[in-house]
Design a protein around this ligand. Structure first.
Ligand code: GLU
Length: 550
């Protein structure tokens, strides 16, 4: 170990005059109620916001806000190469769309809060205070190895079948004299600051992760880089300093960070700090044929949050679905409390699956159908309109110009004990009710070949003869039954099911003849209601044109 650590610290960081003590004072312990969770989202501003971000965001947000704590946003922009302009704004917007709002941290117009700056590149001086301290205590040292030297080391390790990495006898600058270091500095050689690891791979450490449970991990023996040659820290070093100074109590992050945890624990200990509680979230997995795999950016468009918006999933649906994925008891709670605000659900990390969660698109659609079935017609109209104006301008214009018709159509079968559940995404609304508008009406479905065209025609004509828009639903239906009976279709479903061979069909088929003529489809909302909204002229017109093509 270097004998003159203090001199080395001065040599490497002559401009650092701030002290750890003054930083402790500048960022004091937060005064919060007992048990309050302070957590953060700490994304790298790459511009790609994905489902994993949302999963992590929901988990952190719930833990903080259910406990009277603080959620903040920290921008981890230490890797300038990966940074995309505007990424922070995109992220903030995407998360707030799902109700994830921060109490402090980076915002669209600067930072807000007492523990900033919240963008890591602006915290360079702070990291250097601790880098200097570590050097002064013999816990970090400069390394002047070139890329070539590091690859030569890698090759030799391969040849000797040794573990890869910069450690022990391989760590060329680990125990160099201050004279060697001075000489290298005088030559102007670039350097990185490395951690002086005291660990051994033969040792195991025990750790309890709040999601994964008790873990036995291999101690870290690598002298990882703390500061890169431009003086910017690596994620490892920066997160330890920031989470300490920002008084984070719980770190919620993807389990791809688990292998780095032994190093992180060493870092906290070397810095003399208590480490936060860690929650490592397992990945989102999907079925691919018979096998399971992680959702991938390249293969799965549904990984990107923008996908849900453009498809027209209500935010509530995605949120509720993910809640169910994250907390196994959520679905039971929702069944017992169908109308309660989702925030009433008591989220718990104890219910999270350590191995990760299966992402099931069909299930998401089912959840969404339920969510939409609980909305009022007005809400469905407004949300569909908002979606359509952004993603399907023609449909948007139609909805805007025909608000009354759209509202009345969305109201069909809504409310009550068994509401209709036809719409999973706003995009579906066009198919669901497009026929209500002459611009979109087209006959999409056709009659089953088992029906005689003459019978269909006869039924349609008979309907035209007796149709009276003033009829009550019962009168309307009785007429349909009578029409069917006249041409050999059973008016009573029970009787029909008992001996279907005795009839050409049932009253349901007569309704279907009308349905295809009036809506162009085999499935539609209640025909009586549809007809009254469309009005007698339009209904007659459509039925007549169907009789003409049969
Ligand atoms: N910047 C890291 C990432 O984007 C953050 C991990 C963490 O939350 O600590 O994966």
């Amino acid at each position: 170990m270097n004998t003159d650590c203090n001199a080395l610290a001065e040599l490497l960081f002559p401009d650092v005059c701030d002290t750890p003590e003054s930083l402790e004072q500048r960022f004091p312990q937060r005064e919060l109620q007992e048990g309050a969770v302070v957590s953060r989202m700490a994304p790298s501003p790459t511009g790609f916001v994905h489902l994993g971000n949302l999963v992590q965001g929901i988990t952190s947000e719930r833990l903080c806000h259910q406990s009277g704590g603080v959620l903040y946003l920290r921008v981890e922009d230490t890797d300038a190469k990966r940074e995309v302009p505007g990424a922070v704004e995109v992220l903030i917007e995407a998360l707030s769309h799902y109700g994830i709002c921060f109490d402090e941290g980076a915002t669209v117009d600067g930072d807000c809060g007492d523990y900033g700056p919240y963008r890591q590149r602006q915290r360079r001086d702070i990291y250097h205070v601790y880098a200097k301290k570590l050097v002064a205590e013999g816990k970090a040292y400069p390394c002047f190895c070139t890329e070539d030297e590091l690859s030569a080391m890698h090759e030799r390790q391969e040849a000797e079948k040794a573990n890869f990495g910069y450690y022990g006898k391989w760590a060329l600058w680990r125990d160099r004299s201050i004279e060697d270091i001075k000489a290298a500095l005088d030559e102007g050689k670039p350097w990185v600051l490395r951690f002086y690891s005291q660990g051994f791979v033969e040792n195991k450490i025990k750790f309890t992760d709040l999601i994964k449970g008790s873990l036995e991990l291999t101690e870290n023996d690598i002298d990882h880089v703390l500061l890169k040659s431009d003086g910017i820290p690596t994620y490892h070093f920066a997160h330890a300093v920031d989470d300490h100074l920002m008084r984070t109590t719980h770190v919620v992050r993807g389990d791809e960070w688990l292998p780095s945890l032994p190093f992180h624990l060493q870092l906290f200990s070397a810095l003399g700090w208590k480490c936060p509680k860690y929650l490592h979230i397992g990945p989102l997995i999907k079925m691919d044929g018979d096998s399971k795999r992680k959702l991938s950016k390249r293969k799965d468009p549904e990984l990107a949050l923008t996908y849900y918006r453009s498809e027209g999933f209500p935010t509530e649906s995605v949120y509720e679905y993910l809640m169910g994925v994250l907390n196994s008891n959520f679905e039971d709670w929702r069944r017992a409390n169908p109308d309660a605000p989702v925030a009433d659900f008591k989220f718990s990390y104890k219910k999270m699956n350590p191995a990760g969660s299966l992402f099931d698109y069909a299930k998401l659609c089912d959840v969404s159908k339920n969510v939409i079935s609980r909305m009022s017609a007005q809400e469905v109209y407004e949300k569909t309109l908002q979606w359509a104006l952004e993603y399907d301008a023609d449909f948007g214009a139609i909805l805007k110009d025909n608000k009354d018709i759209a509202l009345r159509t969305f109201a069909i079968g809504r409310g009550g004990k068994k509401p209709r559940k036809d719409i999973a995404v706003w995009k579906d609304a066009k198919d669901y009710m497009g026929f209500m508008f002459s611009e979109l009406f087209e006959v999409k479905d056709s009659y089953d070949e088992r029906f005689d065209k003459a019978d269909i025609k006869a039924a349609l004509n008979a309907f035209l003869e007796t149709y009276d828009p003033a009829d009550s639903q019962q009168e309307w239906f009785d007429k349909i039954k009578a029409i069917g009976e006249r041409i050999g279709f059973c008016p009573d479903m029970k009787a029909y099911k008992a001996s279907p061979e005795s009839y050409k069909g049932s009253v349901a088929d007569i309704s279907m003849f009308l349905r295809v003529a009036v809506t162009g489809k085999l499935n539609s909302p209640d025909m009586y209601e549809v007809m009254s909204i469309l009005g007698q002229d339009e209904v007659r017109k459509r039925i007549v044109s169907m009789t003409e093509v049969l």
